[in-house]
Design a protein around this ligand. Structure first.
Ligand SMILES: [Zn+2]
Length: 374
């Protein structure tokens, strides 16, 4: 396992790319690209002007969860681009959702936005989560599809053909699979790791196609026929970062997590406010690839020179892989398995080269954060 020489991304990240200079792709990008932000904003406005919906009540669609990124995007779209967006929220099942998520969605309404909420049947969501956990060691693999699929599906049905999306994952997190040359072009989203793995769900116990259609990403042909365009906003926003988005949104009424990071592993307390189980997924990610959510956050801060690499290492050591027993217990109850089975599955997907697994529940890291590990 090799670490980026600037931040702490390691080379085990799926679809990650390391450059010859020893930097990860995002660090290399930030160091070598001189960005003309005015020009970028100009380009974005030109693209939007070309694709925005005409003759409709709304100019574009924006997928939202009610979290920090969606609040920032909604405000920026309205205030900086002068557009009238319709927000689309795909809800988690009640057992997965948090009260905080509902409050923050309510905050968007208070800010004057219109929201369409889509709620896939909870029973299907639960079955799909269980299947994804047992088969792929990723509790969100299938259910996440609804978040990605529902906005373009709604775009096709409503004729509002422009979809604005926040982050370009290639630049922000270093997923470079099928990176498009156009930094604003989000039509290749279906190729990112999350979606490319799960093309078709073969799930006989869900008999109704009506339930599964919530999880089906529209075909390229449907995109073309309906002239659907997904455009990333992040590359035109100079201050676009996970932490800045959190700060701006809090100043506009977003409520943050009051639970300490020792429970959720989220030291920023502004991530994934609307549901609880992604904390488990971040823990699993750590056991699979040697990095968790803390790494994602601090790497960005290191790159932007908010904190030093050494400070970042301390944070990662403390919070990567943290997820409380209570959240795990709730998840086991949700998908109806015993906790022993839960840990059995976790051990199955743990990278044994990086972690020692024993009868004790949680795998123990063999590597030292920040030091290349053979
Ligand atoms: Zn880096």
């Amino acid at each position: 396992m090799k670490y980026c020489k600037t931040c702490l991304i390691n080379d085990l990240r799926p679809n990650g790319k390391f450059m010859k200079d020893g930097n990860c792709f995002p660090c290399h990008y930030y160091k070598t690209k001189k960005i003309n932000w005015d020009a970028r904003l100009f380009s974005l406005k030109k693209i939007i002007n070309k694709y925005k919906a005409r003759g409709k009540s709304y100019d574009c669609l924006l997928g939202v969860s009610g979290g920090k990124d969606s609040t920032r995007q909604a405000l920026w779209t309205r205030e900086k681009l002068g557009l009238k967006p319709l927000l689309i929220s795909v809800s988690y099942p009640p057992l997965q959702s948090t009260e905080l998520g509902y409050q923050n969605l309510g905050n968007l309404l208070k800010l004057g936005f219109d929201i369409v909420t889509i709620q896939p049947a909870p029973q299907t969501a639960c079955k799909l989560s269980k299947k994804a956990f047992l088969e792929l060691g990723n509790i969100l693999s299938y259910t996440e599809l609804a978040l990605f699929s529902q906005v373009p599906t709604y775009a096709i049905e409503s004729g509002i053909n422009l979809i604005l999306w926040g982050e370009n994952v290639s630049i922000q997190l270093g997923e470079t699979q099928r990176l498009s040359d156009d930094i604003f072009d989000g039509n290749h989203l279906s190729k990112i790791n999350t979606l490319s793995k799960v093309k078709k769900i073969n799930f006989p116990s869900i008999s109704s196609k009506a339930h599964l259609c919530n999880y089906t990403y529209p075909s390229e042909k449907a995109f073309k026929t309906n002239n659907i365009s997904i455009v990333f906003l992040g590359p035109a926003i100079k201050t676009w970062s996970m932490l800045n988005n959190g700060l701006t949104s809090v100043l506009n009424g977003l409520k943050t997590n009051l639970r300490p990071p020792s429970i959720t592993g989220d030291y920023t307390q502004v991530a994934m406010l609307d549901e609880d189980f992604s904390n488990i997924n971040n823990m699993i990610k750590y056991y699979k690839f040697g990095f968790g959510r803390a790494t994602d956050y601090v790497c960005e801060s290191v790159r932007m020179k908010y904190i030093s690499r050494n400070e970042a290492i301390k944070i990662i050591k403390k919070y990567d892989g943290v997820c409380s027993d209570k959240i795990i217990k709730n998840y086991c109850k949700y998908i109806n398995i015993h906790e022993d089975e839960f840990w059995h599955v976790i051990h199955k997907f743990t990278n044994k080269h990086l972690f020692k697994t024993s009868n004790k529940k949680r795998p123990i890291p063999k590597f030292e954060v920040g030091k290349n590990y053979e």
